[in-house]
Ligand binder design. Structure first.
Ligand SMILES: [Zn+2]
Length: 165
């Protein structure tokens, strides 16, 4: 039995809480947040966001990848966001491995050669935020006047600390 059945049950209660309300498709705050998939980071609660407020774009590490840029371009050019927040966090899974060890492991476990792939691990979380802010600044797909901020979220306290560019 998968966990999915629990989700379906929980959703019945959520529907009552949600009620019927059609919010605009364009996020109210005009902000897109680039962050990690980590299960201890409840982005909406931590940032005081309600339904319809912001785009929350997540991947492993909260890294600025080609697909993250794809989502940001749609977020900005189709759905009106004008500000980006890069939010990484302490004790990240992307800090637990090195590319060469991980690709060797994957070769052994799955029999695939991904030795050319960068899984974007990092050691210094503030540095990874700065790197990703710089990638956004450099991208021709992100307009120069877009506000870009960075922060680190502490998974033990819930506190966000600003990272200067
Ligand atoms: Zn993470």
């Amino acid at each position: 039995m998968s966990y999915f059945e629990n989700f379906m049950k929980a959703n019945q209660a959520y529907v009552d809480l949600h009620g019927t309300a059609h919010l605009p498709i364009k996020p109210k705050t005009k902000v897109a947040i680039v962050t990690c998939m980590d299960s201890r980071l409840h982005v909406a609660q931590a940032l005081g966001l309600a339904l319809g407020d912001a785009h929350i774009l997540r991947n492993a590490g909260g890294r600025v990848t080609e697909d993250m840029i794809r989502s940001l371009v749609i977020s900005q050019q189709q759905l009106g966001t004008r500000e980006i927040v890069v939010l990484h966090h302490t004790d990240c899974g992307a800090q637990t491995f090195k590319n060469e060890d991980f690709t060797a492991y994957l070769h052994k476990e799955l029999g695939v050669d991904v030795s050319n792939q960068d899984f974007l691990p990092f050691t210094d979380v503030e540095e990874s935020v700065r790197e990703d802010m710089a990638l956004l600044r450099q991208s021709p797909l992100i307009p120069a006047d877009v506000e870009i901020s960075g922060a680190v979220y502490d998974v033990d306290t819930g506190r966000m600390t600003v990272v200067e560019e």
